[in-house]
Design a binder for this molecule. Structure first.
Ligand code: ATP
Length: 202
């Protein structure tokens, strides 16, 4: 999956709309300490559906919204969009008529997050599955944050296995299995209720 462009607006230190155009070849981001390099990577993770504030170095999800400085007031919302090259038709069938796909996530204070794919509102799960099926996403081992290498070395075997599963692109299948199990449990509970009612009527 090739990323073409990342657009940030009100996300952390990127208060003004900012485009990061990712061209063919290697892209390097350089700058002094604290200029926002890690924030860019976090924006990428966030738009792909990251829901753990700790992974965003915050206490709550709203901490990703520009918090204001002495010269500029805080913002009420943050938005990140990611444009993906879909000429090889890697995206799910429902999106496969588009050469480019734009995934956008917006968070508004006290109103939570909303996601869009090519302008159409979707669920967080749809975005997460899109990336999981393409062996990438917010938890992709291709995104290495600071301190993660030492975490990996010290990780328990079960956690290390999860990383390998992400890399193999099967984490989406686990999610689907989990959802199928929940539905099955719900159906079994309903059946038990029907049996009880039938017994009462008999
Ligand atoms: P280093 O090279 O030291 O790792 P970096 O270039 O990766 O630094 P980041 O960690 O991405 O820098 O950015 C940190 C900056 O982002 C800090 O100046 C911090 O104040 C700012 N920042 C983080 N969250 C917000 C927010 N919600 N609102 C405004 N600024 C924020």
């Amino acid at each position: 999956m090739r990323f073409d462009k990342l657009r940030l607006n009100g996300f952390k230190s990127f208060v003004d709309p900012t485009d990061l155009v990712i061209r063919d070849g290697l892209t390097g981001v350089v700058g002094p300490n604290g200029c926002g390099k890690s924030n860019l990577l976090e924006a990428l993770r966030w738009v792909m559906g990251e829901n753990r504030p700790t992974a965003m170095r915050g206490e709550g999800m709203e901490d990703v919204i520009f918090a204001g400085t002495t010269r500029r007031g805080a913002r009420g919302h943050a938005e990140v969009s990611l444009t993906i090259d879909n000429r090889n038709r890697l995206a799910p069938a429902a999106l496969n008529d588009a050469d480019q796909i734009e995934i956008a996530r917006r968070i508004t204070r006290d109103a939570g997050s909303a996601y869009k794919i090519n302008g159409k509102e979707v669920r967080a799960r749809d975005v997460q599955m899109l990336f999981a099926d393409a062996s990438t996403g917010a938890h992709s081992p291709a995104l290495v944050r600071q301190g993660q290498i030492s975490e990996l070395i010290n990780a328990r075997p079960k956690n290390r296995r999860r990383i390998l599963e992400e890399a193999a692109g099967i984490s989406g299948l686990y999610q689907r299995r989990h959802e199928a199990e929940l539905k099955l449990n719900g159906a079994e509970t309903n059946l038990a209720r029907v049996d009880d009612t039938l017994e009462q009527l008999a």
